[in-house]
Design a protein around this ligand. Structure first.
Ligand code: ARG
Length: 572
């Protein structure tokens, strides 16, 4: 448990006695002492008594002897609390001997659907899919570690009118043989060539339109070609996921097409509930709260005027499936901020229809764009969007070169391994350490730097600790007694015991930059400690204690980075 809470629990009954009712003691980290509470000030106004007298009375009543080495009234009526070294050491010991590092599994596990990545069939994965994939994977890892039942949903774009043109283009290229090329990752030229043919040739357009009809009516030959496109694309996406080291598997593909049979029932149910209205030939829901610039209610199109169903209907069907059949209570949609309106309307309509009712709720885990060095949307040299694999390969090449420069002792194989771990880690960390609500600039120099809030810095801190144990020629002994004398040891200890609180908060907010910020502070506190406090050159119990501090720091770094999907190299 974190110290703020521990101290607050001790102060609460004392404040209640003095105030004659419940008072939040608001315990915060402070420069003055370790912690401070200013609750006596607010209470003084309410009771019309001097704040210092109230603070003194609270101190008299509160049981703090085992936790604090000093507890004083200061200034106008603050409570200054200094944590006893033994108490702090005891908390770190409890962490060190706990395989879960002070983060127990949740008492009420939920079923959580994490909808993420979601590229489109026969289309290249671009940097836009990077953020969804990286943030979504961190969310899935974190919630799973906390004991929730996590269902990964890769809502692949595998249906809709473009498939007429894509299938016709495939036919022109020779069918099945040509499809195999796709898994090799030349999706962009395939898609573009199909588009060119479509724009240039009326006969091709006509064939494409007929092909869409054939696809929708379940024509077997057409479905076979469609399935080829989907399978080959999925195979290609899996190679990207492997490179990116994300936990998505083949079983997590739940493309838009998988909801096809549920679309009509969805429309019928909405109609029965009286929620469908006709607008320009389409059957629409007008969810409350969604109005256009002119103040007119905005339609969410359920059935298009041509009788077909599109993206919104599919998402309605997916919600109904996720809360109904899958019994999920938390639905996460890790999708870019431009789709905010779409999700607001879908959630509102699903709520009206009763498919999204407490305890079930849906959250749009939105994110901004990745910008180039010029502060504009990241573009390739040719001006097109940047292919994700290209970006990942560049990261690995750059990181491998840096690893070779820094450590000539690394063999070829190890340098390549480190390059991959650091390169991919750097890309993911750059993304997760930026406030996801905002855009961020892709900056190679900064994200691969060994100084600052970067993956390489944290990975280096980890590998440095591992090298201490290699030099010591021994395994860690987490059960060693921890004694904290030096201020740098105490500062490190305060960071260590804060892990659980950060993890809990991030599980709610899914703002991973708070976790990266925490890990960075921990690594900084570690390096200050390591500079001041000799470890291997110390003797007896001090050496044991410091080695245990090193070990638990390494484990928190490793676990924290694992939750972000980032690996920790043993040496680099
Ligand atoms: N395929 C879509 C795109 O690339 C993202 C799908 C997001 N998930 C969802 N349930 N709508 O924009």
């Amino acid at each position: 448990m974190d110290l703020e809470k521990l101290l607050a629990d001790r102060l609460t009954p004392a404040f209640a006695t003095v105030a004659g009712g419940p008072v939040d003691p608001v315990v915060r980290r402070s420069q003055r002492a370790d912690f401070q509470s200013d609750a006596a000030l607010a209470l003084a106004r309410r009771l019309g008594r001097p704040p210092r007298a109230i603070a003194a009375e609270v101190l008299d009543l509160a049981e703090l002897a085992d936790l604090c080495s000093a507890a004083e009234v200061s200034g106008p009526g603050f409570l200054n609390l200094t944590v006893a070294d033994e108490a702090l050491g005891g908390l770190v010991s409890a962490l060190a001997t706990d395989p879960r590092l002070g983060v127990p599994p949740v008492t009420e596990p939920e079923t959580v659907v994490v909808d993420y990545s979601a590229p489109n069939v026969a289309k290249e994965m671009h940097v836009g899919h990077l953020r969804s994939t990286v943030i979504g994977d961190a969310a899935a890892r974190l919630l799973e570690w906390l004991g929730h039942r996590v269902l990964r949903a890769n809502h692949l774009g595998d249906w809709g009118t473009p498939f007429g043109m894509l299938i016709e283009h495939l036919v022109d290229l020779g069918g099945a043989e040509a499809a195999r090329e796709l898994s090799m990752g030349d999706l962009d030229s395939f898609y573009k060539a199909a588009r060119v043919a479509f724009d240039a040739d009326e006969a091709f357009r006509e064939r494409s339109r007929r092909r869409v009809v054939a696809l929708q009516s379940g024509d077997p030959a057409t479905l076979r070609l469609w399935r080829l496109l989907v399978e080959q694309s999925e195979r290609y996406f899996m190679t990207v996921y492997d490179l990116l080291d994300v936990t998505l598997t083949e079983r997590d593909f739940h493309g838009e097409s998988s909801y096809n049979d549920l679309l009509e029932p969805v429309a019928e149910e909405l109609d029965r509930l009286g929620l469908l209205r006709e607008s320009e030939g389409a059957a629409c829901v007008f969810p409350p709260g969604s109005v256009g610039r002119d103040g007119e209610p905005l339609p969410l199109i359920v059935r298009k005027s041509d009788g077909g169903y599109g993206y919104p209907a599919t998402d309605l069907a997916a919600i109904r499936h996720r809360t109904g059949t899958l019994a999920a209570t938390r639905l996460l949609y890790v999708v870019g901020l431009p789709q905010r309106r779409h999700f607001e309307m879908v959630y509102a309509a699903a709520t009206q229809a009763g498919w999204l009712a407490p305890p079930a709720r849906a959250e749009h885990v939105g994110f901004g764009s990745i910008l180039g060095p010029d502060g504009r949307m990241l573009r390739s040299r040719a001006g097109g969007s940047v292919k994700l694999v290209g970006l990942l390969e560049e990261a690995i090449v750059r990181a491998t070169a840096l690893a070779r420069d820094r450590n000539p002792d690394l063999g070829e194989v190890e340098a390549a391994e480190v390059g991959r771990t650091v390169g991919i880690g750097a890309i993911k960390y750059a993304d997760l350490s930026s406030d996801r609500h905002k855009d961020y600039v892709l900056d190679w120099e900064r994200m691969l730097s060994l100084d600052g809030n970067t993956a390489p810095y944290l990975q280096y801190a980890y590998s440095r600790i591992r090298s201490i144990f290699r030099r010591a020629g021994m395994a860690a002994r987490p059960e060693a007694a921890i004694s904290l004398a030096d201020p740098a040891e105490r500062a490190l200890a305060f960071e260590l015991v804060g892990f659980g609180t950060v993890v809990g908060e991030v599980a709610d907010s899914l703002e991973f930059h708070h976790l990266t910020g925490y890990l960075y502070r921990l690594a900084v506190a570690f390096s200050a400690f390591y500079e001041r406090c000799p470890v291997l050159r110390a003797d007896g119990p001090v050496r044991e204690s410091r080695l245990a501090l090193c070990d638990v720091t390494a484990r928190v770094l490793r676990q924290g980075l694992y939750l972000l999907g980032i690996r920790t190299p043993e040496r680099m």
